[in-house]
Design a protein around this ligand. Sequence first.
Ligand SMILES: [Zn+2]
Length: 130
Amino acid sequence: MRYGDTEQLIWFRTHIHDETDECVIWPYGCTGNGKYGQLVINGKIQTVPAWVCEFRYGPRPSKKYVAAHGPCHNPLCINYRHLSWKTYSENNLDMNRDGTMPDYSGKKHPSFKHGRYSRVAEITGIDLFA
Ligand SMILES: [Zn+2]
C-alpha cells in the first residue's frame, strides 16, 4: 500500500486483473448522473471505465472516443473484457442496435474469443477455453 492510496484505488488495482466473463460491479461512488463509477486520483475525479480502458488498451485514441460497454451495457461494470474505446457514433450505433436488434455475437468486441466463449458456455455449459 502506497501513501495516498484510497480504499477505492486499492479495490480498483485489485479488480482490474479480474479474469471473468461476469460483470465486475464498481461498489463505490458514482459520477453526478449516478451512472458511472468514479475514482479520485490525486484530487481529480476520474471515470472508472475510462481508467480500465486506458490501463488495458492504452490511452484514449482521441477526444472522439468514449469507454463503451459491450456486450453487457452495465455502466457500473468495470470488467475490461466488457469495455473498449469506441467513438461516440459507434457507441450510439451500438445503443440503437441494442434497442432494436440485439447482437450478442461479440464480433465487435476487441476480444472476439471472449464473445464466442461466453455464448458457447451459456448454451452448452462447456467452458471451451478453460
Ligand atoms: Zn459487464
